[in-house]
Design a protein around this ligand. Structure first.
Ligand SMILES: Nc1ncnc2c1ncn2[C@@H]1O[C@H](COP(=O)(O)OP(=O)(O)OP(=O)(O)O)[C@@H](O)[C@H]1O
Ligand SMILES: [Mg+2]
Length: 248
């Protein structure tokens, strides 16, 4: 069984067609990178897979671990093991990050018919994942993302991913805004959380730098709402040297 099979996916935002026949297959154990020009539909792909309201699928199919993904509500997709990391993480004033993470973890466990984590169990897990991302626990006591720097938001998101322990992570420009050390820490975090024979990652990125840490098995170019070229890790280097026009 594949992790994700996207076939001829077409989707619109505000009646504007953005995805125009996107096909992509991801197997368990694989790391895929999607690169492509601004406005190509990369974030849209993530949103459509996550089930964000306002994104209308007009054609094609998506199978996630044997299930018809498009028939599932967003929370059911998350409970089934899909994680979406955002290009622009949202701020939630009034809710602390630890509270939010615990609610999210337990909602997913409930969706899978599992018992909720006790306060102690949750805190142990949160501390372990925060340490992995070198994130101060005090920081996670603050309201979700409020006043976090760009890089702190991305790192907090990786802590969230560690706690939720998804099967497939779609990470949208997780490297943007990270300083040199944070880039390495996040890259190592992604590897330690997601590099497993029964997991897979789809990295959306503009630069090779993240791929130096999280080595992709496949690189795809998304342009004009579809995958126009696929290759191995060398494709990312070619793109960086020559740009999209020459390569795709
Ligand atoms: N609500 C909306 N109304 C109209 N157009 C939209 C809306 N949301 C997205 N779009 C358009 O959809 C296209 C694809 O956007 P998307 O965010 O998927 O691009 P991207 O490939 O992630 O680009 P970037 O590299 O800049 O992040 C863009 O042209 C964008 O303007
Ligand atoms: Mg984007």
């Amino acid at each position: 069984m594949t992790m994700l099979t996207i076939e001829n996916l077409q989707a619109s935002v505000a009646d504007k067609p953005i995805l125009k026949g996107l096909s992509l297959t991801i197997n368990p154990g694989e790391i895929h990178a999607i690169m492509g020009p601004n406005g190509a539909g990369k974030s849209t792909t993530g949103y459509v897979l996550g089930g964000r309201p306002g994104y209308t699928v007009t054609g094609g199919s998506v199978e996630f671990m044997g299930q018809d993904l498009l028939q599932l509500e967003p929370h059911e997709r998350a409970a089934a093991g899909l994680f979406l990391g955002f290009q622009y993480p949202v701020e939630i004033p009034g809710v602390s990050f630890v509270q939010f993470l615990r609610e999210a973890a337990n909602a997913q466990r409930k969706g899978r018919g599992e018992e909720p984590l006790s306060g102690g169990e949750f805190l142990k897990l949160a501390k372990e994942k925060a340490a992995l991302l070198r994130m101060d626990m005090d920081m996670l006591k603050r309201p979700v993302n409020v006043g976090f720097s760009g890089g702190e938001k991305k790192r907090a998101e990786m802590v969230q991913m560690g706690i939720l322990d998804p099967k497939l992570a779609i990470l949208d420009e997780t490297d943007s805004g990270l300083d040199i050390d944070a880039l390495r820490i996040c890259g190592e975090g992604i590897n330690s959380i997601m590099r497993a024979p029964d997991k897979a990652v789809l990295l959306i990125t503009h630069y090779q730098r993240l791929l130096d840490y999280v080595k992709p098995d496949f690189v795809h170019v998304l342009a004009g709402g579809r995958i126009v070229k696929s290759g191995g890790p060398e494709l990312a280097l070619e793109l960086e040297e020559q740009g999209y026009e020459a390569v795709a």
